[in-house]
Design a protein around this ligand. Structure first.
Ligand code: SF4
Length: 114
């Protein structure tokens, strides 16, 4: 049996405050727009910007760099949040992430996948 560490998010919102790009895919646009009661064009116009090199879309920021959708201490997109947000810190992370993120490491039985 092998074990794998899964980091369980504690919703401290630290990662939502880091300056950077929350990239969204084309496939994510319809559900994000619908969640906000907007059509896709209105959502893109109001709440997205081009990523560097204009290769895709990212959510807009607040002044200071926090994600625009971090409001009143919570995520307005929690129910439909982009894969980039849902994946952190398990599917991707950055150097030094452990010093800031409060996610709790949990040992998972990985035998089904081995
Ligand atoms: S920094 Fe870590 S614990 Fe805090 S919201 Fe982000 S993933 Fe969750």
């Amino acid at each position: 049996m092998t074990t794998k560490i899964h980091y369980q998010c504690q919703r401290c919102t630290a990662c939502c405050r880091w300056p950077g790009f929350v990239r969204i895919s084309e496939a994510e646009v319809p559900r994000l727009a619908a969640h906000l009661g907007l059509d896709e064009d209105a959502f893109i116009q109001r709440y997205t910007r081009l990523t560097p090199r204009r290769t895709g879309l990212a959510l807009i920021d607040q002044p200071g760099g926090a994600c625009y959708f971090l409001q009143n201490g919570g995520c307005l997109l929690q129910a439909v949040k982009p894969a980039q947000c849902a994946g952190f810190p398990n599917t991707w992370n950055t150097p030094g992430w452990r010093e800031i993120c409060r996610a709790i490491p949990i040992e998972m039985d990985d035998s089904a996948n081995s």
